[in-house]
Design a binder for this molecule. Structure first.
Ligand SMILES: NC(=O)c1ccc[n+]([C@@H]2O[C@H](COP(=O)([O-])OP(=O)(O)OC[C@H]3O[C@@H](n4cnc5c(N)ncnc54)[C@H](O)[C@@H]3O)[C@@H](O)[C@H]2O)c1
Length: 335
């Protein structure tokens, strides 16, 4: 590392890029967030948060030898190119999910990273959530016995802007990719087969782009367990994130988090806060923790716990889910 200082460049500063940048600035005093590059950079924001180099040119990162790591938060369909360029320039990489929609492109990115000898961590933030970690640890230690059923609910509060849909990769690639990673992470099993049923129940205009907004997936896992994932692009009541692993000795579940745990009971009923509204609120600490892992890996010259291999596996499941939806039949993922 240069001067033993971690110097980061942000590539992309939209919705999630700004969040990561502000998290780095607020939580990691040992890190120098030196540059931000975005084709449509919000210069006012970048100046306000105090990032010294503000540019629309990628060379502001690649040509700066002091920058030894980059956080890539540009749209998903740009990630592979960005990874290749950054790995070629010797930068360690944190990249948002998914790395690409096509498995072969992810393999290319992974090869470029391997050849350059740099780190690639992928943004599967849920792996760093304390509730999910508690579930995973219980499964791993055998507390609930042999997993039989993994039941996951994953629903967004509000449908995305229609402009987002064409380049998003679709519901399975953009949204369920987190759930596919979760099912592998929670159980330690691989997905052997998937069956997807999907529909346009939220907005028919999403269907005009060839995408769906609602789906139920059943998965057969390598350990014999069955997974069920139900997803939707709109709840109107918040970000619905619940999961349960049911096994031979019991069950463990992570429920929705709410701004407060206060329960009001009165003649009209019993009331709780709605779940946190968005992923940014629900997984606030997990987003900081994943960057913490990236920084720790840079400091110790270690490999991250979630990498290009995990990125590839989740996308292979998404591809199989899409195929299943089209064929209306289960699709095998056995290698
Ligand atoms: N882990 C999560 O929970 C999570 C949540 C949201 C988004 N994401 C992922 O993060 C990525 C970005 O999503 P977002 O919602 O922030 O998108 P966004 O559209 O808000 O931001 C993307 C930014 O990248 C910039 N950009 C586009 N092409 C560029 C290029 N070639 N060079 C430089 N800048 C470029 C755009 O101007 C924009 O500011 C996507 O891959 C998405 O899947 C992950």
């Amino acid at each position: 590392m240069n001067d033993n200082k971690i110097t980061i460049g942000m590539l992309g500063a939209g919705r999630i890029g700004k969040m990561h940048a502000e998290n780095i600035l607020a939580n990691f005093p040992q890190v120098d967030l030196k540059a931000v590059v975005d084709l449509k950079l919000d210069f006012e924001w970048a100046k306000k948060v105090g990032i010294p180099i503000r540019s629309q040119e990628i060379t502001a990162i690649t040509d700066d030898p002091k920058i030894n790591a980059v956080v890539i938060t540009t749209p998903s369909n740009t990630h592979v190119e960005m990874i290749k360029v950054m790995a070629g320039a010797g930068k360690n990489i944190f990249c948002e999910k998914p790395i690409a929609f096509a498995p072969d492109l992810i393999r290319q990115a992974n090869k470029a990273v391997e050849k350059a000898g740099v780190i690639l961590q992928v943004g599967f933030n849920r792996r760093f959530d304390t509730d999910i970690l508690k579930v995973r640890n219980a499964v791993e230690s055998g507390t609930i016995g042999h997993p039989h059923i993994i039941n996951m609910t994953s629903r967004d509060p509000k449908r995305p802007n229609l402009k987002f849909i064409p380049d998003s990769g679709g519901l399975f690639m953009d949204f369920c990719v987190h759930d596919f990673d979760m099912i592998r992470f929670l159980t330690g099993y691989e997905v052997e087969e998937i069956y997807a049923r999907g529909a346009n129940l939220v907005d028919p205009k999403i269907g005009e782009f060839g995408d769906i907004d609602t789906a139920v997936l059943t998965l057969k896992l390598s350990g014999g367990a069955i997974g069920i994932i139900n997803v939707c692009r709109e709840t109107n009541y918040g970000y619905d994130q619940q999961l349960e692993v049911f096994g031979s000795n019991g069950s463990i579940a992570a429920q929705n988090r709410r701004p407060t745990s206060v329960k009001l009971s009165c003649k009209d009923g019993v009331f709780l806060d709605q779940p946190f509204y968005s992923f940014i609120e629900r997984y606030k600490e997990a987003y900081i923790e994943e960057i913490n892992e990236f920084i720790k890996c840079l400091e110790a010259d270690e490999k991250p716990s979630v990498d290009g291999h995990d990125a590839l596996e989740a996308v292979l499941i998404a591809v199989a889910a899409q195929k299943s939806l089209i064929l209306n039949q289960p699709v095998s993922l056995k290698k």
